[in-house]
Design a protein around this ligand. Sequence first.
Ligand code: AHR
Length: 587
Amino acid sequence: MFVQSNIVAAGSALREKWCALPQKIYSGRPIDKGYPMKRREFIRDIAAAGAGVFVFRSASKIFAQTVPGRIEILMDEPLGTISPNIYGHFTENLSGVIYDGIWVGENSKVPNVGGIRKELIDEMKKINPAIVRFPGGCFADSYDWRDGIGPVDKRPRRTNFWNGGEKPGAPDAHRYDPNRFGTNEFVQFCRAIGAQPYLAANLRSLPAQEFNRWIEYCNSPRGSTTLADMRAAAGFKDPFNVHYWGVGNESWGCGGNFTPQEYAVEYRRFTAWAPGYPGADLSFVASGPNDDKWDWTRGFLEEIVRKGKNEVRGIFGLALHYYAWNLSRGKTSDWNRGKGDAVNFDVVDWYELLRQGDVMESLIKGHWLAMGEFDPEHHIKLVVDEWGPWYKPGSELTPGDQLEQLPTLRDAVFSGMTLDTFNRHPEKVGVGCCAQLINCLNSLYLAHEDRFCVTPVGHVFDMYAAHQGGTGLRTEFSAPAIHYDRDGQAASFWGLQGSASLHGKELVLTAVNPDVKNPIEAQIAIRGGRVKSGIATALTASDIHAHNTFEQRQAIVPTTAQIEIKGDTPVFRFPAASVAKLTLTLA
Ligand code: AHR
């Protein structure tokens, strides 16, 4: 049985997730292709148009009941600047993420830019990806950065951390890391898409000196050090100027199995006197809690400030990881048995996943409060560098790709809701990285060889990019709660939620309507401003399971329409099961 894999051998005290993970990775269960992949048909509602409102509506919901809603944007209650970095990404050297997803090789028949998949670059440029994290994840604490630099034909092949979960017959590059894609190639990828690199250092299995040397390789000025010369020999005379450095990953588990106090000591040792260079101030991200592990947050910071209260000033961020995975409706907390299917789900599963995602709000608030006990001035930001739904195996577009799943409209709503949550806390959330960019978990893109598609999650990132750098505004949403039957128990979920940001004369409002059946017609009151015109973009479908595939790349795509303003008030009908963006131009 696979539990004898290196993942489990890494330590018996690793959390259940790691022990359990490989057993079910290849259930071999085919996805049910039985549901209809209807092309979305948006209908302009004649009656509503008469009232000055253009609506998006899917054909199958034509008899649904429109429910009333209200949104109030408070122009004079700014929340802070929404960092573009909360629209970040995560690329781990895990199965098909790097090799096949990002890296196809210079000699590939797949169109590429220096070996990097061109279609991915082109798509990513549209979403303004501010920051990308690499090389893990758990992989990071097994990685020797030196293996991935220097002449490509001299780079060693190593056993990938995730080797144990790979199916027999998996591509060699997924089992044994060829190190063809290393620091240089990652930085090239970041440059091609216009993002900052965020490197995760190995704290579990390399000494602190190697962390310092990796910084030196990346940031020392041209000609200054032997490592700068090695960088130049690879074609990069000028420093990479990498600002963001993760100091280990999930150090409570795969990253060393530390207590928070032990990790704090390691963190201090790794970061003390790390080399700084002109043009690259260092922003360290400490390995933080998993979901609601307040003890980790407190234990780590308590130990950090034991050395002096100003020690918090050296920490840019505390990483928070949160995956929504338990769709068992309260029946189990078993990592394997609790997971649901990515594509074959019922309406209750839809709401259950969103309820799980909604927990992000309380995690941000809760960890922020705990951080404030030791860092009252809040020097340290939350870095949510892994988030997204995590389903059981079986929906992979590329059979055999470990942890690949097929994102649907449900994941788009989940992602919109999560990004809105980040937007509502701009002073707390410094970085966010969706797990993961391509061919893994909550992917924005899926790719295999010469095939590629943008998932509904990718479309949400495209829509929400408009918030980047704006001033978050307090916004109140109200709509009737949704009630549903949770296996005989009454359950409910909120009706409408979102966020707003101001960019000069442009107001960006995003919101999700989680109701699978009913659209919400909401009046949008702008307190302290007047809207001249508006454009709406909505992502929805007649089938809540809608998703894109290599064959049906446009099965679910956003659609845009003009919003008519009635008097001073824009009114918008948020389609059932949708993510929407309203761009309002102020007078
Ligand atoms: O994203 C997959 C894995 O989930 C990462 O490697 C790890 O950090 C997390 O637990």
